[in-house]
Design a binder for this molecule. Structure first.
Ligand code: ADP
Ligand code: MG
Length: 602
């Protein structure tokens, strides 16, 4: 049998094959065109799509433009102005592969109109299904406009895989938002079927993040700044009570490029692991800048994936910075209050009102956001307090008491009552009502105290007068004994006592007098959960959280006023005290407006 002959594929076919990788849907076209505009130094970029981008995508910029002679090259395969010879390891532009425009031109009808700043008119070049037309003179301002019509008309197989116009438009919007976040110094406008979805002038990063995350989230973002060697991390992390049902509000930007990266995503998850509830996702915009040769972006044609040369270093930087930021004590967030959660129902889907006019993605972001715990504002500034004084005084009857007067100006206020032997009721100087879950709050305080003691050389141990014998399964006993040395550092001294029992000689003093049995079984569980690979030191936070649970004021214990106030003052001084170690809120704050809203006065 004659062997088949090998031949080179025609250029048009090569472009169509590449199109499958580079532009799998309209959102990818938007991404490539906006990246080109950013690479061209644009200060303003307008994006308009119709019918999900399948009918039309137009991206207009005021960047450097393309010289008339270069137009045919711009739409030719592997032609780029961005990569010097042999330079693949130091990529500083968003594009570099020279395949976006030819791929788009192979799959749809592309028309590129460009005018460099020094030219007196523009030129237009067209490519339709791979067929190139000669450039013709055109009118137009300096900059570039690319219009793509009938995307995938030349590749009907691809077209079949597209989703509804609405979901394609949403995907395109998400891409535009990511790029807008990565380039706050550039103005962006995004339009769908003639309707402006978002429009932002050049602005500082904080303003851009705030606008794109929605007003409610914006008030609960903590700024980040950290360095490690030549790497710099900046951006914003959502406060622990601000979580979502999915990861859609997690943005990672590396060297100005929005990316999808497992290293960063995992670091984010780990940093938040024990301050938010299981199954919820934090909100964050992490911006990492590092030398171009520390990262390989040429992993996939879409350039949204990358490889770090030092993933462990990146991870350490991100986790360290986030943990430090999240360790903000309760009561010091200078944030405005989010909308009040509806009682008995604060899960995802509980849309706060006022999301209109923000565009679909933002509205959905807000709808899916959960406010487990309204944030506490700093004690009112003097001006605000004067206004409050002119108003009817907050809780005038109890204000007379000396104990209340002494405490009322603290951020969490003065304890005035205990409810159901579980919740502390406090009043603040500006008339807000604070409700504290005494067990949740105390648990976090104990955990942080254990952590402080451990960091200072070891948790103080309270020897038991009579060592306690705790029966465990053989596997559990083996697991805790394997960590006996580390547990001793936590104030928990244990010894083997037959195959199915453990002798407990001391317990962490900060816990008071917990039951040794349940405590030890919990620790055995924790050691099993977190796997045998990592050291106890690496899982310290989780182990301390388990310990703290055993030493905390139970719900159902009656507290004296002095104890309650002490707890409030402790919360104000303790890192991460706004949520317990399970991520639940430790307190709620109802300000005057919240109370008025509950009574329908607003
Ligand atoms: P790449 O971005 O990888 O270089 P593209 O196919 O996306 O490849 O673009 C090819 C070339 O066309 C770019 O290198 C650039 O010189 C030019 N170009 C494309 N879009 C623009 C634009 N909006 N403004 C100025 N030049 C552009
Ligand atoms: Mg490009």
């Amino acid at each position: 049998m004659a062997s088949p002959r090998i031949r080179l594929l025609p250029e048009a076919l090569v472009n169509r094959i590449a199109a499958g990788e580079v532009i799998e849907r309209p959102a990818a076209v938007v991404k490539e065109l906006v990246e080109n505009a950013l690479d061209a130094g644009a200060r303003r970029i307008a994006i308009a799509i119709e019918e999900g981008g399948i009918a039309r995508i137009a991206v207009t910029d005021d960047g450097a433009g393309i010289a008339a002679d270069d137009l045919p090259l711009a739409i030719a395969r592997h032609a780029t102005s961005k990569l010097g010879d042999e330079q693949l390891i130091r990529i500083t532009t968003l594009g570099f592969r020279g395949e976006a425009l030819p791929s788009i031109g192979a799959a749809g009808r592309l028309s590129l109109t460009s005018r460099p700043g020094n030219a007196d008119h523009a030129m237009t070049i067209r490519v339709e299904g791979g067929r190139v037309f000669d450039p013709v003179p055109a009118a137009g301002p300096p900059g570039t406009e690319v219009v793509v019509r009938d995307l995938f008309f030349a590749t009907p197989a691809r077209r079949k895989f597209l989703k509804s116009a609405r979901s394609e438009a949403e995907a395109a919007e998400a891409v535009a938002r990511r790029l807008a976040l990565a380039a706050p110094a550039v103005g962006f406008r995004f339009e769908v079927d003639g309707r402006v979805i978002f429009e932002r002038a050049p602005e500082p990063l904080a303003a851009r993040v705030g606008a794109l995350f929605g007003a409610a989230a914006a008030d609960n973002l903590l700024p980040l700044a950290a360095e490690r060697g030549e790497m710099r991390l900046s951006g914003f992390a959502g406060a622990a009570h601000l979580t979502r049902a999915n990861a859609a509000l997690q943005h990672f930007i590396v060297n100005r490029r929005p990316v999808i990266d497992p290293v960063l995503r995992t670091a984010l998850r780990i940093a938040y692991r024990d301050v938010i509830p299981a199954g919820r996702h934090p909100v964050a915009a992490l911006i990492l800048d590092l030398p171009a040769d520390e990262v390989d972006v040429n992993v996939h044609p879409a350039k949204t994936e990358l490889r770090f040369r030092d993933p462990a270093g990146v991870r350490a930087l991100v986790i360290g910075a986030l943990r430090a930021t999240l360790a903000t004590p309760a009561g010091t967030l200078s944030a405005a209050r989010p909308p009040l959660p509806r009682f008995g129902h604060s899960r995802a889907g509980d849309a706060p009102s006022g999301a209109s006019g923000l565009g679909t993605a933002a509205a959905e972001s807000m709808a899916a956001m959960q406010f487990a715990e309204p944030t506490l504002a700093l004690a009112a500034p003097p001006a605000a307090r004067q206004i409050a004084a002119a108003d009817p005084p907050a809780a005038s009857a109890v204000r007379e008491s000396a104990a209340v007067q002494a405490a009322i100006d603290y951020p969490l206020g003065a304890a005035v009552a205990q409810v159901l032997e579980t919740y502390i009721l406090a009043l603040t100087g500006d008339g807000a009502l604070v409700i504290v879950d005494q067990h949740a709050a105390h648990e976090r305080l104990t955990q942080e105290r254990l952590a402080r003691e451990w960091a200072a050389g070891g948790v103080r141990a309270q020897p038991l007068l009579l060592p306690a014998v705790v029966e465990l399964s053989a596997a559990e006993a083996e697991r805790v004994l394997a960590e006996a040395a580390a547990l001793a550092q936590l104030g928990l001294e244990i010894e083997a006592f037959g195959p199915q029992a453990i002798l407990v000689r001391s317990l962490p003093a900060a816990l008071g007098a917990p039951e040794p049995g349940p405590l030890l079984r919990d620790i055995a569980d924790e050691l099993a959960d977190s796997g045998a690979q990592t050291s106890l030191a690496a899982r310290l936070d989780a182990v301390l959280a388990r310990l703290a649970c055993h030493g905390s004021i139970r719900a159902g214990r009656r507290l004296q006023a002095a104890e309650m106030n002490a707890l409030l003052r402790d919360m104000e001084a303790t890192p991460r005290a706004a949520t317990c170690s399970h991520g639940r809120p430790t307190f709620l704050r109802l300000c005057r407006a919240d109370i008025e809203r509950l009574f329908g006065r607003r």
